[in-house]
Design a protein around this ligand. Structure first.
Ligand code: SF4
Ligand code: SF4
Length: 170
């Protein structure tokens, strides 16, 4: 059996359709972040971007996201991926890793990213604009930067955009 495209192509070599399909739909990258200005370290909050559909874990206006949210980052192959979650497919492929069992391209089911507890569904603690930026430190969470539970374990399956970190001392 031939290897899937993410095992044989670099991010730069992927077609637009392949590139788009690589997103697992977790929406972790659509959470607000704080950056330590001294160290550059990124801290995730559980405050979601105001355009995020927190149940579907999808941008509610993907086509116009760059115009509507000024610090939404369009991820490209040239991106530095360190600020993205370790589970993010773009970061994983850039680091030479394979996709996990719950990735929709592997499982064939868009729900597995939610079933595996990787997506933000049910884990959002606030919405941008409804939480004051100066209160973001009360919403800091570690899970967006952690690997998913059960990673690398073989599972029998029943069937299977972005924001620039805000500069702030923490
Ligand atoms: S973190 Fe990566 S895989 Fe998850 S939604 Fe964002 S770009 Fe897609
Ligand atoms: S893709 Fe950008 S604009 Fe859309 S929800 Fe995510 S961070 Fe917000």
């Amino acid at each position: 059996m031939s290897k899937p495209f993410w095992r044989t192509k670099s991010l730069q070599e992927m077609t637009t359709a392949e590139w788009e399909s690589l997103c697992d739909g977790c929406a972790r990258c659509c959470l607000e972040k704080l950056e330590d200005e001294d160290t550059g370290k990124i801290y995730y909050t559980n405050v979601a971007c105001r355009l995020l559909d927190c149940e579907a874990c999808r941008c509610s206006d993907y086509e116009n996201r760059m115009k509507r949210v000024k610090d939404c980052v369009k991820i490209t192959p040239e991106e530095q991926f360190f600020w993205l979650p370790k589970t993010c497919a773009y970061r994983r492929v850039a680091e030479g890793k394979d996709l996990e069992w719950w990735h929709p391209l592997v499982s064939g089911d868009p729900e597995t990213v939610h079933q595996a507890g990787v997506s933000v569904r049910g884990r959002v603690g606030g919405i941008e604009g409804k939480v004051r930026v100066r209160d973001y430190d009360q919403y800091l969470v570690r899970w967006p930067m952690l690997e998913a539970k059960g990673s690398n374990k073989k599972r029998k399956l029943e069937r299977r955009e972005t924001k620039k970190p805000r500069a702030k001392n923490v």
